[in-house]
Write a new protein. Structure first.
Length: 541
C-alpha cells in the first residue's frame, strides 16, 4: 500500500525533532556535569591547600546562597532546620513563646507579642531586645537565634532582654502556639460581614469557610474579605478560598513552565458556600502570591469588587524539591496566570539594570474579564476602587523598612496611656512629634533623583564649571525641600501606618481590627459600596 505524501513528510520531521531534542538534552547534561566536576575539584583543592583552616560547611553555604542570589529572591536552599520551619509555617502551629520577632546579628527584637501567649504572660513588649537565650548570647550564635525560643510544650527558657536601655531577665514557659489564618471575623453592621484572612496556611480555606457560614447565620447579606498584608502561602488553599464563592469546576489559575509536568490548570473541586452574596476583597502593596491568585481570580470572574491599592505583584510559583541529608531546594518552577490569562509578576529578575536590580514591568498588556471588563497584567492586581491612604511610595516604604515607624510607636507607647480603644487618638501634635522624631533618628532617605544627581556631580565635578556645579547643588537642595514637604503630602498614608502600629501596642491585633471596623478608609468605602447595589453591579458589568 502506497504511503501518503503527508506521512512521508511527517516521519523525517518527527525524527529530526527527536534528534534535536536529544542533542539539546545531552548538551545540557554534559554542561551541568562539566561544571559540577570543575566545582568539586576547586572545592577540594581550596580546602586542602588554603593557607588557613577553612570551614567546608560555611564555604558551601556561601557558595550556594550566592549562586541562588543571581536568580530570584524566592529560590532558596533550605537546610534541615529551614525545612522544619517551612513545615511549621504551613501547618499553622508550633511550640514556643508566641511572639513575632525580628532577627539581627546581635539581638532579637520583639515585633509583636501574641495576646495571652507565653511572651505576653511574661510581660514582654514590642521593642524589647533579646540579647541572650539561656547561656547563649545572640551575638555569638551563627544561625537564626529565634529558633532557640522554640521548644517542647511546658519547657522553660531564660532570656535576657533590654528595654529602653535597661537590662532585664525573664523565664518563659513555652506552649503550643496556634497561628490562625483567619484571626478575626465580625459583623460591621446589621448586613455586612468582615473576614480577615492573614495567611494561606493549611487552615486558610477551612477557617474562611467557618467564618463565612457563621457571619451568614448572624445575618450577613454581603461580605468584605480583607487580604491586606497577606504574603501568600499554599496555592491549593487559594483555590479553595475562591471555591467558597464560585462554582465547582471553575478555572482559577494556570501555571506555565519549561518543565512539561509543571504546566497545569487548577480548577475548583468543591461545592461553593454562596455564589451570589455581594463580595468586596481588600488588597494593598503587601498582598502577594496566593492573595493575588484569590483577588485576581475573583476579579477576572467578576465575582468580587477589588478595593485598596495595587498588590505586590508576585506571579511566580515555588516548589520544594528534596535534596540529600534532609535538605531541600525551594525553587521557582513556573509562572501563574489568572483566569483571563494575565501574569501579574511585577519584577523581571532575568533582566536587570546597571546596579543589578530587577527591572520593574511597565509595559502592561490588557485582558478581558468574564463580563468583558478590561484588566492589565504585569504589575500586581489593580483594584477597581483605589483608596488614597493605602497607596505606597518610596518614602512610606523607607519609613517602614528602616523601622522608623516601629521605633516611634515604641516611644509613643511609653509616653502615652489609653484605658480603652474608644479613648485612643493620634492628633496633629502627635504627627508633628513624629516629624521631629525623624530628625533625631537621622533619617536620611534618598530619592532616585538625588542618587543620580549626586553620582553625576561626583563623577563629572572636574569637568564642570562652577555655574553648572552650583545649579546641580541647588537642584539637590530643591529635591531635599520637596522631600521634607512629602511628609505632609503623604500624611494620610504615614498616619495609617503609625496608628496601626501604635494600636497593637495597647490593644493587640484584636484591637487593631476592632478599630479598623469604624475608622479604616477601605472598610468604610467597602461598606458604602456594598450598600449601593446599583453601583456594585455597575462596577462588575
Amino acid at each position: 500500500m502506497k504511503k501518503s505524501t503527508k506521512t512521508r513528510f511527517l516521519i523525517p520531521i518527527f525524527a529530526l525533532g527527536v534528534l534535536f531534542t536529544t542533542t539539546a538534552f545531552k548538551s545540557d547534561f554534559f554542561e551541568i556535569a562539566k561544571q559540577i566536576e570543575i566545582f568539586t575539584t576547586l572545592f577540594k583543592e581550596l580546602n586542602m591547600n588554603y593557607v588557613d583552616e577553612t570551614n567546608p560547611a560555611e564555604l558551601m553555604d556561601v557558595a550556594i546562597k550566592n549562586m541562588l542570589n543571581g536568580l530570584d529572591p524566592y529560590t532558596k536552599f533550605l537546610n534541615e532546620q529551614d525545612v522544619e520551619e517551612y513545615k511549621i509555617k504551613n501547618a499553622g502551629e508550633y511550640s514556643g513563646i508566641g511572639a513575632l520577632v525580628r532577627s539581627y546579628i546581635d539581638k532579637l527584637v520583639i515585633v509583636e507579642p501574641y495576646k495571652d501567649y507565653p511572651a505576653d504572660k511574661a510581660g514582654l513588649k514590642a521593642g524589647d531586645e533579646i540579647t541572650q537565650i539561656g547561656d547563649i548570647k545572640v551575638a555569638d550564635f551563627d544561625d537564626n537565634a529565634s529558633e532557640l525560643l522554640k521548644g517542647a510544650n511546658n519547657s522553660t527558657v531564660d532570656i535576657t532582654f533590654v528595654r529602653r536601655g535597661k537590662s532585664q531577665r525573664a523565664t518563659i514557659k513555652r506552649e503550643g502556639v496556634e497561628v490562625d489564618a483567619v484571626p478575626y471575623s465580625q459583623m460591621v453592621d446589621e448586613k455586612t460581614g468582615y473576614i480577615v484572612l492573614s495567611r494561606f496556611n493549611r487552615k486558610a480555606s477551612g477557617q474562611t469557610k467557618e467564618a463565612l457560614i457563621s457571619l451568614k447565620e448572624k445575618g450577613a447579606e454581603r461580605i468584605i474579605l480583607d487580604l491586606r498584608g497577606n504574603p501568600g502561602g499554599l496555592l491549593s488553599e487559594a483555590i479553595n478560598v475562591c471555591n467558597l464563592f464560585v462554582p465547582k469546576g471553575e478555572l482559577i489559575v494556570t501555571t506555565k513552565s519549561k518543565v512539561k509536568k509543571f504546566n497545569k490548570e487548577y480548577r475548583t473541586k468543591n461545592q461553593p458556600v454562596d455564589l451570589d452574596i455581594p463580595l468586596v476583597v481588600l488588597v494593598n502593596g503587601s498582598s502577594a502570591s496566593a492573595s493575588e491568585i484569590v483577588s485576581g481570580g475573583l476579579q477576572d470572574l467578576d465575582r468580587a469588587v477589588i478595593i485598596g491599592a495595587r498588590s505586590f505583584g508576585k506571579g511566580l510559583v515555588q516548589r520544594p524539591l528534596k535534596l540529600t541529608y534532609g535538605t531541600q531546594l525551594k525553587v521557582t518552577i513556573s509562572r501563574y496566570y489568572t483566569p483571563s490569562g494575565r501574569c501579574i509578576q511585577s519584577l523581571d529578575y532575568w533582566n536587570r539594570d546597571g546596579d543589578g536590580n530587577a527591572v520593574r514591568n511597565t509595559n502592561f498588556k490588557q485582558f478581558k474579564t468574564k463580563n468583558g471588563r478590561t484588566v492589565e497584567d504585569g504589575g500586581g492586581v489593580m483594584p477597581d476602587v483605589e483608596i488614597n491612604s493605602l497607596q505606597s511610595n518610596a518614602l512610606t516604604k523607607a519609613l517602614v523598612n528602616e523601622n522608623i515607624i516601629f521605633d516611634f510607636a515604641t516611644d509613643f507607647y511609653y509616653n502615652h496611656s489609653f484605658s480603652s480603644l474608644e479613648e485612643f487618638t493620634f492628633t496633629k501634635a502627635d504627627y508633628t512629634a513624629f516629624k521631629a522624631h525623624l530628625e533625631t533618628k537621622g533619617f536620611d532617605f534618598k530619592t532616585k533623583t538625588e542618587k543620580l544627581l549626586e553620582t553625576a556631580l561626583n563623577e563629572d565635578e572636574s569637568l564642570l564649571g562652577k555655574n553648572v556645579q552650583d545649579s546641580y547643588k541647588n537642584l539637590v537642595l530643591a529635591v531635599n525641600k520637596e522631600k521634607i514637604a512629602a511628609l505632609d503630602t503623604y500624611e494620610d498614608q504615614i498616619k495609617k501606618q503609625l496608628t496601626d502600629e501604635i494600636i497593637k501596642r495597647y490593644f493587640y491585633r484584636q484591637g487593631l481590627y476592632d478599630y479598623a471596623i469604624t475608622h479604616d478608609d477601605a472598610i468604610k468605602t467597602a461598606v458604602e459600596l456594598l450598600g449601593n447595589a446599583q453601583r456594585y453591579k455597575q462596577i462588575l458589568e
